[in-house]
Design a protein around this ligand. Structure first.
Ligand SMILES: [Zn+2]
Length: 371
């Protein structure tokens, strides 16, 4: 098999891009089209590190290949600097949906941190409203082209700031208005979920779903805190959970492992892992196992029965798409259409939607993969 320039691959004569997919972990400010960043920078009077889209892509590639989450996060300064107005947020949200639709995504949850978009005078609520307007415009544009897609918002608080409670309140206040979950993002090491206990208590008291970045820039103890203090219903990456597994015996047929208590809980309770292969390689999250997609413990976690899902994390920074991430996994681990479908069904089951909506999504995936 060969991955084409667009990131697509054909399996049994079926294009991966054409199949219905679900995207759970994809940051709005990590998914802005390079050409749009250049235009928005010009409008906002922000100095861009390059004059055109190609130069910008090269700069971002250099910035994000450092192997640390912290250097990776630096690129976000530019993308947030250029999205401080209502117009800019509406535009990037609309394009976000159009790009997902073109990639065959039928349901997405976009995460972003409203507090990073109020330096230009918007209120937190204005910012959420602008993103909602853009997402709806993107859904309408996709629908006009014959592709049904829905994208809901997850509001992220920054783990290195201390006002997560206001983001939690904002998220709950917008329940039923397209905001379906809460997340904490930003540098993980040194900033465990326990530091935001008040926000997580508020969310739990209001029965509001949470996903927590954990097991990316820090290890098993951070995942423990995400589960215990954050009451996380999903783990943002969670890839370093594999550090809580000890391989006892492995042959071609089977792998036998000893589970630590955190890994056992996550596996047996089927807490979804929002794995993001390319991003996990770029940030060094899989450094314990190597630096290639084939070194990623994705397959180990899948074979052991974890609820694995496949995600892009930051499409622009990683120059990727959900189709391409799936293609990379097919290339590394030889997955077939049944495996790819299983990842989509896991994601549909993990979506922060009602049971009826999840069942509908599962039906759409089942029909789409019935080729
Ligand atoms: Zn992320």
């Amino acid at each position: 098999m060969t991955i084409d320039a667009s990131g697509d691959v054909s399996i049994d004569g079926v294009s991966l891009r054409s199949l219905p997919k679900v995207s759970l972990h994809d940051h709005l400010d990590g998914a802005i089209r390079p050409a749009t960043i250049i235009e928005l920078a010009r409008d906002a009077g922000v100095d861009a590190p390059a004059a055109d889209a190609d130069g910008l892509v090269a700069w971002m590639l250099q910035q994000t290949s450092g192997g640390s989450l912290e250097s990776y996060l630096e690129v976000f300064r530019l993308t947030t600097d250029v999205t401080q107005t209502r117009e800019a947020l509406v535009r990037v949200a609309r394009e976000y949906v159009e790009d997902l639709a073109a990639d065959g995504v039928v349901y997405g949850e976009v995460r972003w941190a409203p507090q990073l978009h109020v330096a230009g005078g918007l209120s937190l609520e204005d910012a959420v409203d602008a993103v909602r307007e853009g997402l709806e415009a993107g859904e309408d544009a996709a629908s006009a082209r014959g592709h049904d897609i829905r994208v809901n918002q997850l509001l992220s608080a920054m783990r290195n700031q201390d006002d997560a409670v206001s983001v939690a309140r904002l998220a709950v206040a917008n329940r039923g208005e397209g905001v379906v979950g809460f997340d904490i993002a930003g540098p993980e090491a040194g900033y465990p979920a326990s530091g935001h206990r008040e926000a997580f208590d508020y969310l739990a008291e209001n029965f509001f779903p949470t996903t927590v970045h954990a097991g990316e820039g820090d290890g098993v103890e951070s995942i423990r805190s995400a589960l215990v203090d954050g009451r996380a219903m999903r783990l943002g990456h969670g890839v370093r959970l594999a550090e809580d597994l000890t391989i006892v015996d492995r042959d071609a047929e089977e792998v036998r492992v000893q589970f630590g208590d955190v890994a056992r809980w996550v596996r047996d309770r089927e807490i979804p892992l929002e794995l993001s292969p390319s991003s996990n390689v770029q940030t060094g999250a899989i450094a314990e196992w190597g630096d290639q997609i084939a070194d990623h413990p994705f397959d180990l976690l899948y074979q052991l029965g974890f609820a694995v899902t496949v995600n892009t994390d930051n499409r622009t920074m990683s120059r990727t798409s959900l189709t391409r991430e799936l293609a990379l996994l097919v290339e590394a681990f030889g997955y077939d259409l049944e495996d790819i479908e299983a990842f989509q069904l896991n994601a549909a089951a993990a979506a922060f939607l009602s049971v009826e909506e999840r069942e509908e999504l599962i039906e759409i995936i089942g029909e789409g993969f019935d080729v």
